[in-house]
Each structure stands twice: as structure tokens, then as C-alpha cells.
Design a protein around this ligand. Structure first.
Ligand code: PRP
Ligand code: URA
Length: 208
């Protein structure tokens, strides 16, 4: 697995606010979106481009643009929705799939409950959006489902990862590209990332 940890002062600053339990929900949501924007710039670094010629007001010039087949964004519900506006801001014509997964509280095994993927997955770059990579069970299941649906070129975008989740993904999907904001210390006995940020879905949507 290729893992890129985004080391950027703006992301460090935003993470310090995101981690803070006193940060209110509205600000938390805005910060997750801003962190998503920074991660999106890195995650899209390998997007294929093609050469074109345009007329500037002064002369003709060769330049690059994205190849025409739009990428696919797949937020893993619920917390992945926090990254979606940032990715759509940068790629407004992207197709959006949805994947509903929740972790069973006792077993921590992901339970699928919704799935809707756009066509032509095999030909498109696919960005899986989930801020939290804890045991890695949800991300591994998301990648498994996208591969089964034809996806080949998959990038997982997370904000925080635990070493346990990285090891799980490396074992299950060595071909995956992961872009992550930070790798934290460990999981606690309930599968939460330490030091982490708490429950991302609950903080995003006010359901704690
Ligand atoms: C969270 C998070 C990930 C998952 C990570 O979702 O958004 O999808 O946990 O944990 P894992 O790596 O151990 O699988 P959660 O199950 O809490 O659902 P929610 O976003 O709907 O709250
Ligand atoms: N899901 C979260 O939202 N937070 C964690 O720390 C682990 C899983």
C-alpha cells in the first residue's frame, strides 16, 4: 500500500482545533471541510491529464487539462459526508456514489446498510472519503465493495489513522493508495483512535 501522510502547517493547525473537545459542531464541520480541501489537493495529484492548445488573449499556448471521464467520489456514511463538499468544490463534475456502513458497537465489524455506485467505475479514478481509519474494518469493506463493482484505481482519503488500521489495509489491499492527515498512537479498548478526535459522525451531525 502507498501511504501519503500530509505534512502541512495548515493541516496541523486545523487538526489542533478539530481534536479540541471544546470546538463547537458548526466549526468542527467547517474545519473538516477545510482539511478535506487540503487532503483533496494531495489525493488528486495522480489524476490523468491531456495536452490541449488554448488561445490566451495574447497568443496560442499548450496546456494541460483533466481527461474527460469524471472521477467518482464515494463518501462512507456518515462521516465521509464531511469531506464531500471540498472534493466537489475542486471537482464539480465528479460523480458521487454513497456507501452506508456502521460499526457494530460490540464486535466493531462494519455493517453495510446502503450502497449506490455510479456506472463505469472500472474506467474512473475513485476517491473513497472517510475521515476515520480505526480498526480499518470499514475502509477495507468499502474497498472490497468498490473492487467487486469494478473499481481499479482507488484512493482512500482519511484525516486520522491508527496503526492498527494501516496494518489491516496493508494486509487486505496492498494495491491501495491512502492519503491521510496524521497517524495517531493507538486504539482504545472500544476501537476509538487515541488521541483522535472522538466520534467523527456524532461531532459532524450533533448526534452525541
Ligand atoms: C466511523 C468512521 C469510519 C469507521 C472507522 O463510522 O466514520 O467509517 O467508524 O472505524 P473502523 O476503522 O474501526 O471501521 P461509524 O461506524 O461510527 O458510523 P457513523 O459515521 O455513521 O457514525
Ligand atoms: N470512528 C470515529 O468516529 N472515531 C474513532 O476514533 C474511531 C472510529
Amino acid at each position: 500500500m502507498t501511504t501519503t501522510v500530509l505534512d502541512h502547517p495548515l493541516l496541523h493547525h486545523k487538526l489542533s482545533l478539530i481534536r479540541d473537545r471544546k470546538t463547537p459542531g458548526s466549526l468542527f464541520r467547517a474545519l473538516i471541510e477545510e482539511a478535506g480541501l487540503l487532503l483533496a489537493v494531495e489525493a488528486t495529484r495522480q489524476l490523468p491529464t491531456e495536452s490541449v492548445v488554448v488561445e490566451t488573449p495574447l497568443e496560442r499556448t499548450g496546456t494541460q487539462r483533466l481527461k474527460s471521464l469524471d472521477p467518482v467520489l464515494v463518501p462512507v456514511l456518515r462521516a465521509g459526508l464531511g469531506f464531500l463538499p471540498a472534493f466537489l468544490q475542486l471537482m464539480p463534475t465528479a460523480k458521487v456514489g454513497h456507501l452506508g456502513l456502521y460499526r457494530d458497537h460490540d464486535s466493531l465489524v462494519p455493517v453495510p446498510y446502503y450502497r449506490n455506485f455510479p456506472p463505469l467505475l472500472e474506467a474512473r479514478p475513485v476517491f473513497i472519503l472517510d475521515p476515520m481509519l480505526a480498526t480499518g474494518g470499514s475502509a477495507s469493506e468499502a474497498v472490497r465493495q468498490l473492487k467487486a463493482a469494478g473499481g481499479v484505481n482507488l484512493v482512500l482519503v482519511s484525516l486520522l489513522a491508527a496503526p492498527e488500521g494501516l496494518a489491516r489495509l496493508q494486509a487486505d489491499h496492498p494495491d491501495l493508495h491512502l492519503v491521510v492527515g496524521a497517524v495517531d498512537r493507538q486504539l482504545n479498548e472500544r476501537g476509538y483512535i487515541l488521541p483522535g478526535l472522538g466520534d467523527a459522525g456524532d461531532r459532524l451531525f450533533g448526534t452525541a
